[in-house]
Design a protein around this ligand. Structure first.
Ligand code: SF4
Length: 287
């Protein structure tokens, strides 16, 4: 389960796929602490064993550690992770996540293009130092790379920088034209360009960091968008998304979706009513 704790963010990444950039109502009426506790109770009742907290930027919530502590108590055996732009983290925060066994993931959106790709004036050096510090503390980050027309020429360098900074895992994929990127088709790359980036990354000296490529250019769950006009997207090498098999997400307002990139099939509000028939519903039952 991915829990989108807030729609607020201090970055303005042009390739942000958060769905509320297309459907602003998804960002209204954010759940409070009790609301997220109810969601976590439901996760525990339904046997969820892997929860990713994200946003927006989840660390903008003042109650983030209260939510994580409740999650750790309610789901003692579950894998808990946080996806963060890491801008608000320091060594002390890294230790707090390590103490709670909350795994960390972030995205490196560029090197020279970091400011442009995050919509900020920031440089990538602080993030790379933090990735290195986390590795030194024995609680390393997983790092995602989104490849766009703007950062494509430095994509292999981005990979190398993440690997040499101590990332424990790297995931790289082409920008998907959803969320804010719906209006940024200029950032899209084509399948041939993506294959070239993959070859460049594969030809780097082996840094012994496991990695994966996400080959999707568009989410197949989306039925409300025209197919992305990339001439050869049906070509070999494109794999269908695997997430839909055992995945769900709860948006900032508590509504459940089966996919990060698609609206709920019906406007079901994720709720728990103890002792009633609803209690027996599985997460998938809300799809
Ligand atoms: S991609 Fe992440 S960091 Fe960037 S604007 Fe979206 S939520 Fe914020």
């Amino acid at each position: 389960m991915t829990l989108e704790l807030t729609a607020k963010c201090n970055f303005r990444c042009p390739c942000c796929y958060c769905l509320w950039h297309e459907y602003p109502s998804l960002a209204e009426n954010e759940l409070d602490l009790d609301g997220w506790k109810a969601i976590l109770d439901k996760c525990a009742a339904d046997g969820v064993d892997d929860v990713l907290f994200t946003g927006g930027e989840a660390t903008l919530r003042a109650d983030i550690f209260r939510i994580l502590d409740y999650a750790r108590r309610t789901l003692p055996g579950a894998r808990l992770s946080l996806f963060t732009n890491a801008s608000r983290l320091d060594e002390s925060a890294l230790k707090k996540f390590r103490r709670r066994r909350v795994h960390l993931a972030t995205s490196l959106q560029g090197l020279a293009t970091y400011g442009e790709m995050t919509g900020t004036r920031r440089r990538c050096g602080r993030l790379l130092s933090l990735i290195a510090k986390a590795s030194e503390l024995g609680w390393p980050f997983a790092v995602s790379l989104t490849v766009t027309r703007a950062n494509m020429s430095e994509a292999a360098d981005m990979f190398a920088a993440a690997a040499l900074s101590g990332a424990e895992f790297i995931q790289a994929g082409p920008v998907m034209l959803g969320g804010r990127a719906v209006s940024r088709r200029d950032l899209a790359i084509g399948p041939d360009e993506w294959e070239k980036v993959k070859r460049e990354i594969r030809s780097l000296p082996d840094a012994r960091v496991p990695y994966t490529f996400c080959d999707e250019f568009a989410c197949d769950c989306r039925t409300d968008l025209p197919r992305v006009p990339l001439a050869k997207r049906e070509d070999a090498g494109r794999k269908p998304c695997q997430a839909g098999k055992a995945f769900g997400t709860v948006g900032p307002d508590g509504r459940y979706r089966t996919c990060l990139h698609a609206l709920p099939k019906k406007a079901a509000r994720f709720s728990v009513s103890r002792g009633s028939k609803k209690r027996k519903c599985t997460l998938a039952g809300f799809a």
